[in-house]
Each structure stands twice: as structure tokens, then as C-alpha cells.
Design a protein around this ligand. Structure first.
Ligand SMILES: [Zn+2]
Length: 370
């Protein structure tokens, strides 16, 4: 991979990732803006949503690449963004194609720094883009499994694990995945809580979209995620209105690789993910209504689903039991990071190759948009 710098673009902490993102953007001559978060990081550092822009403010074609919607998943996404900014060749190709590029680093900086998937409000940001004035999705499926997921003691006892196993055997793993990860709005200290109001990250990313996307006629958005699907494989997921056939076809034309890398659709059961609502991509339709939007999320696989779920349960339990022994707390946090970031050269190379390919395809697609 001659496109990718020999210096690893991946970081060991949020603080390191942020510093390297800013340094790399400055070195590449990109314009930087920072939106400071109200809380501090795990090491007392400043938390921010940082934005680096290549290209004119009035560019008609704009590619957005965003990381850490789900906090801890930023170890992956930040590395991809820094790798792209380290590549003078990649940046040059985008500029030559007349495509402006906006890198949004750490949409949920709190979760990245504190090794959480959720925001400081305990909210799954990618379930938080709901109309809170309207009735919210039903949460009864989650309420049923909540006591099994988060027992009083950790690790859970045999009775608790047997009950969960029984749920899987009688209802199926897909039903469990939907109940747990579908998003819920009634248990604020539970898993996959979608919130009861827009979070800081929600309102801030909307500001970024308005600032950078208001003048674009054609806008592409790639949002980087991890934690679902086969290890090292990036599943491309269509991020747009399911019934909007023209947009789906355009997204497939850009990113589908003639069937080699098909775009999955959350609602039809083809994806590694359960069907979801309240997703972040919806914000671009609100904030940049003039743009023709083509958008996807890439979901890079790490560990098997039940192992990832176990890590999420443990970390949520720790959040509810802050006086847990220090060694147990450290182990739980390490396991959570490992569930969303595979710290091997092989995995990193695989995800960089797939992400850079998707970004290049977006540039080509935007260049051809009229
Ligand atoms: Zn994610």
C-alpha cells in the first residue's frame, strides 16, 4: 500500500489522536475549527469535535468523513482520517477533482476519551436523531431484556446467563440483537439509550454540517464505525431514505463495486445491523436541504457479536457501579476497547485499504455529479 504512510496513523488514546489529527491537518494545510465539549477527558484533557477542511468554502462538491460517532470506535476512524490527511496523493486527487473534503474528528469525543460507546449523557448518538416532540419508538423489547443484561453483580451468575441463553434459543440471536441494539428511550442508565433530548454531539454536528455543507450542491458523507460483522471486513451500509430509489442507486453505483461491495440496507435484514431509527445521517437532510446527498456508513468487524455485547454489558455495569475494584474496572475498559478496535497490523491495513477505496470512490462519484 504505497498510498498509506509508513508512520502508523493510529493512536493509543483520544488525547494522542486529537493532537495528531490537528498536527496532520496543519501540516497538510487544511483549515481547522474546534468545538470544545463541556466536560474534560479521561486524562483531564480538552475534549472537542475538531474539523479539518480541504478546499474552498463555496465548493459545490463536498465529501465528509466522520469518526467516533460511537466514542470508542474512534480509534479506528481517527486512524483512517489521519492516514488520508497524511497522503498528499489522496488529498491532491480530491483537490484536482474539485471536491472539498471535511474530516469531522471525534463526533463523540467524550466516549472516545473515556472508553465508552455512548456520550456523556449515556446516549447512543446514533439513536438520538429523533423528533423528541413526537412519540418515540416502543422500548418494551429492551425493557424485557434489561435486567438480564445488567445484573446486580458482575460477572453475571449462572442463572442470569442461562436466562439470556434461553432467550437466544427460543427467540433467536436476531431477536436479541434487535431488542438490545435497536435503541430504547425509557431506561436512561441502560444500553443503547437514545436520550430524551438532542445531545451535545447532536447539536454540534448539526452546526458543523451547516457551516460546511450549506453551499454544497453535491454532498457525500462516509461515517466510520466498528464492532459488527466479520473481523476486518467493512460492511458498507446505505445511509439514506430507504424509499429514495434514485439515491440508493447512486450510492450503489459509487460504492457497490459492481456487486463486489454491495450496500446493505438496514430495514430489509441484509445488514449485520438490526433495523434502526434516529440515525445521525438524517441531520444532513435537515441542515443542508439544498444538497443532493449520497451517504453511507462503514461498519468494520472486530469480534463476534456476543463477545462485543458482553463487553458492552460489562462497561455499562461498571458505569452503574463506579466503586468496582480498580483492576476489574481496568479490565472492563480494556475489553471494551478491544471489542471496537483490533490492535494488529493486519486489521489496520485491511480497514485502511477499504476506507481509502471508499473515499476515492466518493471523490470520483462527486466529480461526475452534475
Ligand atoms: Zn458505531
Amino acid at each position: 500500500m504505497n498510498r498509506i504512510s509508513a508512520i502508523s496513523p493510529f493512536s493509543e488514546s483520544y488525547a494522542e489522536a486529537r493532537a495528531r489529527f490537528i498536527d496532520t491537518a496543519r501540516h497538510a494545510g487544511l483549515a481547522l475549527t474546534s468545538h470544545v465539549h463541556p466536560d474534560l477527558g479521561h486524562m483531564g484533557e480538552t475534549l472537542a469535535m475538531d474539523v479539518a477542511r480541504l478546499g474552498r468554502p463555496d465548493a459545490l462538491r463536498l465529501l465528509i468523513v466522520s469518526s467516533a460517532c460511537h466514542g470508542v470506535e474512534g480509534y479506528c476512524g481517527s486512524g483512517i482520517q489521519i492516514a488520508a490527511m497524511q497522503s498528499a496523493q489522496w488529498l491532491g486527487e480530491a483537490a484536482e477533482a474539485g471536491v472539498a473534503v471535511v474530516f469531522i474528528h471525534a463526533i463523540n469525543p467524550y466516549g472516545f476519551s473515556h472508553t465508552r460507546r455512548v456520550t456523556h449523557e449515556n446516549v447512543d448518538l446514533n439513536r438520538n436523531f429523533q423528533n423528541f416532540a413526537a412519540p418515540l419508538p416502543d422500548s418494551s423489547a429492551y425493557e424485557e431484556v434489561h435486567p438480564l443484561l445488567l445484573p446486580a453483580h458482575w460477572p453475571p451468575d449462572a442463572t442470569c446467563e442461562a436466562a439470556l441463553q434461553d432467550f437466544i434459543e427460543t427467540r433467536g440471536i436476531k431477536a436479541l440483537q434487535a431488542a438490545v441494539t435497536g435503541g430504547q428511550y425509557t431506561v436512561p442508565d441502560g444500553l443503547f439509550f437514545g436520550g430524551n433530548a438532542p445531545t451535545w454531539s447532536n447539536t454540534t454536528v448539526r452546526t458543523v454540517l451547516r457551516q460546511h455543507g450549506s453551499q454544497a450542491a453535491h454532498l457525500a458523507w462516509i461515517d466510520l464505525h466498528t464492532g459488527l460483522g466479520p473481523c476486518g471486513h467493512g460492511e458498507r451500509g446505505y445511509a439514506g431514505k430507504a424509499h429514495d430509489t434514485a439515491t440508493r442507486e447512486r450510492a450503489n453505483r459509487w460504492w457497490g463495486g459492481n456487486g463486489a461491495t454491495p450496500l446493505m440496507v438496514l430495514d430489509d435484514g441484509s445488514s449485520v445491523s438490526a433495523p434502526l431509527t434516529g440515525l445521525m445521517w438524517g441531520a444532513v437532510y435537515d441542515e443542508c436541504p439544498q444538497a443532493q446527498v449520497t451517504s453511507m456508513a462503514i461498519e468494520f468487524g472486530t469480534q463476534p457479536l456476543l463477545q462485543v455485547l458482553q463487553a458492552l454489558r460489562a462497561e455499562q455495569w461498571l458505569q452503574m457501579h463506579p466503586n468496582a475494584p480498580a483492576d476489574q474496572a481496568a479490565r472492563i475498559k480494556r475489553d471494551l476497547r478491544d471489542a471496537f478496535y483490533v490492535d494488529t497490523d493486519d486489521w489496520k491495513q485491511k480497514i485502511l485499504t477499504q476506507a481509502l477505496q471508499a473515499m476515492t470512490q466518493a471523490v470520483v462519484g462527486l466529480e461526475g455529479s452534475r
